[in-house]
Design a binder for this molecule. Structure first.
Ligand SMILES: *[C@@H]1O[C@H](CO)[C@@H](O)[C@H](O)[C@H]1NC(C)=O
Ligand SMILES: *[C@@H]1O[C@H](CO)[C@@H](O)[C@H](O)[C@H]1NC(C)=O
Ligand SMILES: *[C@@H]1O[C@H](CO)[C@@H](O)[C@H](O)[C@H]1NC(C)=O
Ligand SMILES: *[C@@H]1O[C@H](CO)[C@@H](O)[C@H](O)[C@H]1NC(C)=O
Ligand SMILES: *[C@@H]1O[C@H](CO)[C@@H](O)[C@H](O)[C@H]1NC(C)=O
Ligand SMILES: *[C@@H]1O[C@H](CO)[C@@H](O)[C@H](O)[C@H]1NC(C)=O
Length: 928
């Protein structure tokens, strides 16, 4: 596209140059005084700002303008050879700044045929109506001249225009009438570029500009259906309609005489199938249909596009096989079928496609062996086959891929050994083989390869000792080898002097790998979920890892005291599920860059009352299941970023610290299973983001009812069970759970646990699994769980009728209190069974068998229809938002296996197709 524009402009310049030569060969005054003064007036109305340079070379052309010389010799001015009239003005890239006057003297130059004001800054002027007076204009270029507001209707009077360029018109609006008038009146128009102008209307039906060759309506907010009219223009060569997501309709039928060279309709709402007639576009060089709604298969006639260089069909719903006729497209440099539903084996068509540089077949349903004809593509630079179901081994001989820089075969079922060529291609920089079934690495020597930076081997079946054969990959930056059956022997001596990220989680490590001593540049280290026992060795804690940002030692069997760790820049420290004990060392409390600290499920003890004082960036704190004592630290006294506070299962006492009021981002607060002795912290209701509040099993007491309002606008999980709360259940409490009353689809209120760490999920899948595990589980909890548990307290009196209005309440437990009177009926309340109300002897009405008064129903619910989960504990919720995907999912399925209330089936079905965000991100990354 840029090239084509360039071509057009070069041509124009050529024409101008010729006329310029002619004009300057006449050495006498030709310029009329009126035109001279008009030009000088124009010059004076604007400023020149020398630091304003959008162009590579900008030059203040108007500087040379003065009366002592004939105006025809001024920079940028062209005169007619015979008449001496100014017919051309090229002030592009002239550093002009200022307000463009509506009655600018420029409009006195009636003879102007060419006006180029591109790349200047006229903001906030709008394009003057008087532009319509320059009716001799053939070329008008206002690209990137920062005009603002409406394009005047008068522009449509310029019926002699051959080229009109308003591109980069970020602030320009072109209304429907003017757009129509232009395409109706400009019968000689060849070039039209409105890139980024806001049109917000349909493509006009009536296009008289049959000479159009180049049309750029990229990102112009076009609406309505794509009509055939552009496709019928007899001279059209370039048509760009991409990034108009409101543009819909189907791919128009192609006219056999079409002259199209480039067609781009990516990122629009266009749907349907590619018509057979596509094959008639025999001159087409570029076709981009990325991210539309296309379906069906690729017609065989695509093989007639013998001139095509780039064929981009990614992110659609295409199905079927790759047609073998593609092998006729000998000019192809880019074939991108990423993220469709293509199936079958990948045909061996590539030996003919010798020009291919970019080949992406990822995220489809291809099966069968690795297509070895790919290995003959000598120009190939990118090769993506990930997320298919390819099986069998990789060919042992690579042939020639001298220019390949990135290969991605991840997420397939490839097996056998990884051949040496994968490591030794001369320009290769990134190799992704994770999530396959490779059992080993080549026995051959792996030679030094200075270009290889990223190597992903995680989630395979590699076994034995850490592959020493990688030792020659001296410039590795990222190495992922998690989830393999790999040990690291003490003797192994490997140095990766540039290594930044090392993923060795879920392997068979029994010790801290000694070779870590050689890796001084680490930023990310994950050796979680191994079999590392005993104390953290001194050499490890003594490392000077100033660059370390992420350390995951979770799920090992670490014992003893946690030593002082001097990793000052650590942002993420995960030690959960070990057996560490004793108080926290002061160095942890001094880690001022921590945003996540997870010490849960250890035996840490002591007080942490002042430990958080320096952690000004902390956002997730998980201390569950330890033996911490003393009062809760003053959360958010020093930072206000905390979004998750989990201290369940410790021995904290005292009251809930009022400093929590500063935690305006707080979403989850779980102090269950401690010894907090306080009244109900109703003031937490001021926290607008709070979704989970668990006070279970403490020494809370007193009445809930206060004359003040309860807020809690987003609360979804509310657990006060097993405390000593007393008094009646205040109607207001339930009234104000508006989130539960109205759970609208637009705001699912995602709890974004660990979102700030998602950058790491880009590094390696094993990490993303753990992190995304949380993520998925939290979203799940958050959508499913809208629950109130007030059981095992001393509440008394009647159940307020307002409970009934909590339309999206999924679990309610009021059992073991002293409630009486009728149970509210209707809505989902019919799905709560006996156990919701058990132990309240004076309650009556459905679902209890005890009737209220005498007129009650005699229907007694069947025990087998009981929808309440008597086995329900908060442990399952806690598991849900902490343990990650596997445990959580198992728990849920066990819980729901036998009793599936209808709402649950609906909910769960809705959840299954949850797309993992990682894949989305990848897709985005690819596009850029
Ligand atoms: C076409 O241009 C002429 C002047 O050249 C103008 O009078 C007329 O209104 C224009 N037509 C439309 C539809 O704008
Ligand atoms: C286009 O392709 C189809 C199917 O491959 C073929 O039958 C037809 O002859 C081709 N048409 C032209 C004009 O080449
Ligand atoms: C490899 O890339 C370089 C630089 O882009 C290019 O000059 C060379 O011709 C390419 N080689 C092949 C075989 O494509
Ligand atoms: C590799 O995969 C192929 C195709 O699925 C299978 O036939 C073969 O048995 C596998 N080999 C090994 C060693 O697992
Ligand atoms: C590393 O490369 C050198 C030559 O470049 C080779 O002699 C040596 O065997 C290689 N080491 C391994 C472990 O492959
Ligand atoms: C893991 O590797 C060891 C040898 O290193 C082997 O004995 C064991 O069977 C392997 N386990 C699996 C599951 O492959």
């Amino acid at each position: 596209m840029v090239m084509s524009l360039f071509f057009f402009y070069s041509f124009l310049c050529f024409v101008l140059l010729i006329s310029l030569c002619f004009s300057s060969s006449f050495d006498h005054h030709l310029c009329s005084p009126t035109e001279t003064s008009a030009l000088l007036q124009f010059k004076q109305s604007l400023q020149v700002k020398s630091d304003y340079s959008l162009c590579d070379t900008s030059f203040p052309k108007t500087k040379s303008w003065n009366e002592s010389k004939d105006c025809c010799t001024w920079d940028g001015v062209t005169c007619d050879v015979l008449t001496g009239h100014v017919i051309g003005l090229d002030l592009s890239c002239s550093q002009l700044v200022g307000n463009f006057h509506p009655n600018s003297s420029l409009f006195q130059l009636h003879h102007l045929q060419t006006l180029n004001l591109a790349y200047n800054d006229f903001y906030p002027s709008s394009i003057p109506h008087n532009i319509g007076r320059l009716t001799n204009l053939r070329h008008l270029n206002l690209s990137y001249s920062t005009f603002d507001g409406k394009v005047p209707t008068e522009i449509s009077y310029l019926s002699n225009l051959v080229s009109l360029d308003l591109s980069y018109g970020f602030a320009l609006q072109l209304n429907e009438r003017t757009f129509e008038a232009m395409l109706h009146n400009f019968t000689n128009l060849e070039l039209l570029s409105l890139f980024l102008v806001n049109i917000s209307s349909p493509i006009p039906v009536n296009i008289s500009s049959s000479s159009l060759r180049y049309v750029d309506l990229y990102d112009t907010n076009l609406q309505g259906a794509l009509t055939e009219n552009f496709f019928l223009l007899p001279n059209l060569e370039m048509l760009y309609l991409s990034y108009n997501d409101l543009l819909n309709g189907v791919f128009p039928k192609i006219h056999p005489s079409s002259t199209l060279l480039e067609l781009s309709i990516a990122y629009t709402g266009i749907s349907g199938e590619i018509p057979d007639s596509i094959g008639t576009l025999s001159s087409l060089k570029y076709l981009n249909l990325q991210q539309c709604q296309f379906s069906g298969s690729i017609p065989d006639s695509v093989g007639n596009l013998t001139e095509i260089r780039e064929l981009i069909l990614s992110h659609n719903h295409f199905t079927g096989h790759i047609p073998s006729t593609i092998s006729k497209l000998k000019q192809l440099t880019c074939l991108d079928l990423l993220s469709n539903s293509f199936s079958g084996e990948i045909p061996e068509i590539f030996s003919n496609l010798q020009e291919l540089r970019h080949l992406d077949l990822s995220k489809n349903s291809f099966i069968g062996p690795f297509p070895s004809s790919i290995l003959s593509l000598t120009h190939l630079e990118y090769l993506g086959l990930s997320s298919n179901s390819l099986s069998g081994p990789l060919p042992s001989n690579a042939g020639m891929l001298p220019n390949l820089t990135e290969l991605d075969f991840s997420y397939n079922s490839l097996n056998g050994t990884i051949p040496s060529w994968v490591f030794s291609l001369p320009l290769l920089s990134s190799v992704s083989l994770q999530h396959n079934r490779f059992r080993g690495l080549t026995d051959e020597v792996i030679k030094t390869n200075p270009t290889l930076k990223d190597l992903h081997l995680s989630h395979n079946q590699l076994s034995g000792s850490f592959p020493q054969s990688l030792v020659n990959l001296t410039n590795l930056v990222t190495l992922g080898i998690s989830s393999n059956n790999i040990t690291v022997d003490e003797g192994i001596n490997i140095t990766f002097p540039s290594l930044s990220s090392l993923f060795l989680s879920s392997c068979e490590l029994k010790d801290f790998p000694h070779f870590l001593r050689n890796m001084k540049t680490l930023t990310v280290l994950d050796i979680s979920n191994n079999k590392i026992r005993g104390q953290i060795p001194d050499w490890f804690s003594g490392m000077r890892w100033d660059s370390l940002r992420f350390l995951n030692l979770s799920y090992n069997s670490l014992t003893g005291y946690l030593p002082q760790l001097h990793f000052h820049n650590l942002g993420y420290l995960d030690l959960k599920f070990n057996s560490l004990h004793g108080p926290l060392p002061s160095s942890i409390c001094n880690m001022s860059k921590l945003s996540l600290l997870d010490l849960s499920h250890n035996n840490f003890s002591g007080s942490i009352t002042h430990c958080l004082d320096s952690m000004v960036e902390l956002s997730v704190l998980d201390l569950r299941r330890n033996n911490f004592i003393g009062s809760l630290p003053p959360f958010c006294a020093h930072s206000t970023l905390l979004s998750t506070i989990l201290v369940n299962g410790n021995r904290f006492e005292g009251t809930v610290p009022m400093s929590l009021l500063n935690c305006f981002r707080l979403e989850i607060f779980d102090v269950g299973n401690n010894a907090i002795n306080d009244t109900f912290p109703a003031w937490l209701g001021m926290l607008q983001e709070l979704q989970v509040l668990i006070l279970k099993l403490n020494k809370f007491h007193g009445r809930l009812s206060s004359r003040k309002k309860f807020y809690f606008p987003k609360l979804r999980i509310f657990d006060l069970s097993c405390n000593k709360f007393s008094g009646s259940l205040p109607a207001r409490l339930f009234e104000n759970f508006s989130a539960m009353i109205k759970l609208d689809d637009g705001d699912k209120g995602e709890i974004k646990y660990m979102e700030q760490l998602s950058e790491y999920s880009m590094y390696e899948d094993s990490v993303s699994l753990v992190i995304k595990g949380h993520d998925i589980e939290l979203e799940k909890i958050n959508t499913i769980m809208t629950t109130i548990d007030l059981s095992s307290n001393h509440f008394e009196g009647v159940i307020p009728k307002t409970v009934k209005d909590l339309g999206s309440l999924r679990l309610l437990n009021l059992s073991r209190n002293n409630l009486k009177g009728p149970i509210p009926q209707g809505l989902q309340f019919n799905t709560f069974a006996n156990d919701s109300y058990g132990g309240n002897l004076d309650l009556c009405g459905l679902p209890l068998s005890k009737q209220c008064g005498t007129s009650g129903s005699s229907h007694v619910p069947q025990p087998s229809e009981s929808y309440f989960f008597s086995g329900f504990t908060w442990e399952s919720v806690v598991i849900g938002y902490s343990f990650g995907l596997v445990v959580g999912t198992v728990m849920w399925s066990v819980m729901f296996q036998y009793r599936k209330p209808i709402w649950f089936v609906e909910f769960f079905d809705g959840l299954m197709p949850h797309k993992r965000r990682r894949s989305k991100k990848r897709a985005l990354r690819r596009q850029t």
